[in-house]
Design a protein. Structure first.
Length: 225
């Protein structure tokens, strides 16, 4: 199995979702190329790549076959009656802007779309073009990166505010006590909450923090981005 001491791997993989069908979402400001990249992955003009903010309203989904030379070799050797390659679902999520966590632009609906995927590809614009408008009127990749990360952290802060009540309600049900009863939280839940809260207050994504295995197990159920 994977040891806790394998820090490099654990940092990258411990918040991963173990499932057969994984999905990734393209995230970024409007007009950074999310729909264009989705089109390239699809091998056709699947999404409407247009030069105006919020072109994508409902997330466009593309199923991408994962290239695998070993898979091709096995198919050629065994010639199975059916061939089912590994695939990755990629979702083109509408562009976010500063204030999205408070409803600006297309708002919280799209932060929910981000929370629904297994991981995100963050696209940042670094090219100048008079033909492609920028929502902030200037190209600044560092600023744009900070804008999106800040909005994701603010969304997680709002989610985290409900976590303690959710955990206490779960414990009350497990113990069969009244809803008004004050119940103590296990140490690992308290510590996980404090670590997450401190990270988000510093505008730092939760997944970059240091957590024990027990803390990771509870954080996975909190619905954080």
């Amino acid at each position: 199995g994977i040891e806790e001491s394998d820090e490099g791997f654990m940092k990258a993989a411990r918040f991963g979702r173990v499932k057969n069908n994984l999905s990734m979402g393209f995230v970024g400001l409007p007009n950074v190329g999310k729909s264009t990249l989705t089109n390239l992955l699809a091998g056709a003009m699947h999404a409407e790549a247009a030069n105006y903010p919020f072109c994508t309203i409902d997330p466009n989904e593309v199923i991408c076959v994962v290239p695998d030379q070993k898979f091709k070799y096995l198919v050629e050797c065994w010639k199975p009656p059916s061939i089912v390659p590994a695939v990755l679902k990629v979702v083109d999520i509408a562009g976010l802007i500063k204030g999205a966590s408070e409803g600006a632009g297309l708002g919280n609906a799209f932060l929910s779309h981000i929370a629904a995927v297994d991981g995100i590809f963050h696209l940042v614009r670094a090219f100048d073009s008079d033909e492609v408008v920028h929502v902030d009127d200037s190209v600044d990749p560092i600023r744009d990166l900070d804008t999106i990360e800040s909005e994701l952290c603010l969304k997680d802060k709002a989610t985290l505010e409900k976590v303690l009540d959710m955990e206490k309600e779960r414990i009350r049900k497990e113990k069969g006590v009244a809803k008004s009863a004050d119940v103590p939280l296990p140490d690992h839940i308290e510590s996980a909450f404090k670590k997450c809260s401190d990270l988000l207050e510093a505008n730092t994504p939760v997944q970059t923090g240091e957590f024990t295995g027990a803390e990771v197990d509870v954080i996975k159920d909190w619905g954080l981005i």
